[in-house]
Design a protein around this ligand. Structure first.
Ligand code: PLP
Length: 384
């Protein structure tokens, strides 16, 4: 199988597995225990924390809290900041701002807070899934406490003007969170240069295992606890997942060292893929953002459904993904494509090809050949 679905999840790198195995076998001590076994795992966790802090430019490792996934980090940021501000203002600060292309972890948490009396303004994006800082500014109210804008979109890869939005929020004393699950490890992220208060990341998008993530919490930012308990410096209850945290530490270190060269190579492969795909009949790029992730390509195909392409390519040995969900034969565009106001005739034939560690030129060339044949077959059988 040639894997081109890295925005969905990534393979675990052997270096990561090797570092994790001792903690799955003998390193089972509870990192909160005083004995030697516990202290060994504590040391390994703290080393991983240092590595995550280093990758994202945090001033201090204590600003990193490990979570069970990127979704939990997002929810912890949204609930934690909103609830804390609400309590401190006796319910006066109750307005949130987010965008129409966020991950469900963020939108779901905002929706739940709305049910508890908060109000949320959802800012629209343009046809390239780009968030305009002026639109965020226009959405702010005197009672706004929290703004959340993703760093890079998971479907089309658009990179957002995070530093600009963070500066705006800082000026107004509003907490700013960015969901950087798709950005960390793929493009340079420096939380201090960006000026963000909170940032979520996830292990399984960067060749670490599933079930581990982290939230960067800038020193001084207060969050209500989502899971009560004394672990993670009194910020998140739950015994730490030592092996996965160690794996995340190795993965972020590899990403830090390889990002520049690897990013350039992914860009080259992505451009090769797009040149090949766009030479086929009835194909367009879904968006043309000014800045986008190096390994993400999103294309639309006339007259076929994304689902047909995913299934056909799978039979040929290629794993890719289509944005639209298929419900009983009816195609519904994803919330991101809808927010971009992509016409349905194109959106139904949407395909996301996301490259990453292990992607090769030969893989791309084989994929284009398969895609060309499949398109011909599908269009022939539909008499298009
Ligand atoms: N945010 C974005 C942008 C994502 O793409 C994802 C995963 O697809 C998440 C959050 C959730 O991460 P996790 O799967 O670790 O919960």
């Amino acid at each position: 199988m040639i894997y081109f679905d890295h925005n969905s999840t990534t393979p675990i790198r052997p270096e990561v597995v090797d570092a994790m195995l001792p903690f799955l076998r003998d390193g089972y001590g509870n990192p909160n225990s005083a004995h030697t076994l516990g202290q060994k795992t504590r040391k390994a966790i703290e080393e991983a924390r240092e590595k995550v802090a280093r990758l994202i430019g945090a001033a201090d490792a204590s600003e990193i809290v490990f979570t069970s996934c990127g979704s939990e980090a997002d929810v912890m940021a949204v609930y934690g900041a909103a609830q804390d501000a609400w309590h401190r203002s006796n319910g006066g600060s109750n307005h949130l701002v987010t965008t129409s292309i966020e991950h469900f972890a963020v939108t779901g948490a905002c929706r739940e807070l709305n049910a508890r009396g908060f109000k949320t303004t959802t800012v629209d994006v343009d046809e390239n899934a780009w968030v305009d800082c002026e639109a965020i500014k226009a959405a702010l109210l005197p009672e706004t406490v929290f703004v959340s804008v993703m760093a890079a979109n998971n479907e089309v890869g658009t990179i957002q003007p995070i530093a600009e939005i963070a500066a705006l929020c800082r000026e107004k004393g509003i907490i700013f969170h960015t969901d950087a699950v798709q950005a960390v490890g793929k493009i340079p992220i420096d939380v201090q240069a960006l000026g963000v208060d909170l940032l979520a990341l996830s292990g399984h998008k960067i060749n670490a295992p599933k079930g581990v993530g982290a939230l960067y919490i800038r020193k001084g930012v207060r969050l209500s606890q989502l899971i009560a308990g004394k672990q993670e410096m009194n910020r998140r209850g739950g015994t730490e997942n030592t092996a996965s945290i160690v794996g995340l530490g190795v993965a972020v270190d590899l990403a830090r060292r390889e990002m520049q060269a690897h990013g350039a190579e992914l860009e080259r492969l992505r451009d090769r893929l797009e040149t090949g795909a766009l030479a086929l009949d009835g194909v367009r790029k879904t968006a043309n953002p000014v800045k986008r992730l190096p390994g993400t390509s999103h294309l639309c195909f006339r007259g076929v459904s994304g689902h047909q392409l995913v299934v056909g390519l799978d039979l040929d040995g290629y794993a890719v993904s289509s944005g639209p969900a298929c419900h009983s034969g009816a195609v519904e565009l994803s919330h991101v494509l809808k927010a971009m106001r992509l016409p349905e005739k194109w959106g139904r034939g949407a395909l996301r090809v996301s490259l990453g560690w292990g992607s090769t030129e030969a893989g791309i060339d084989g994929f284009i050949a398969s895609l060309g044949k499949l398109l011909g077959k599908l269009r022939e059988s539909a008499k298009i």
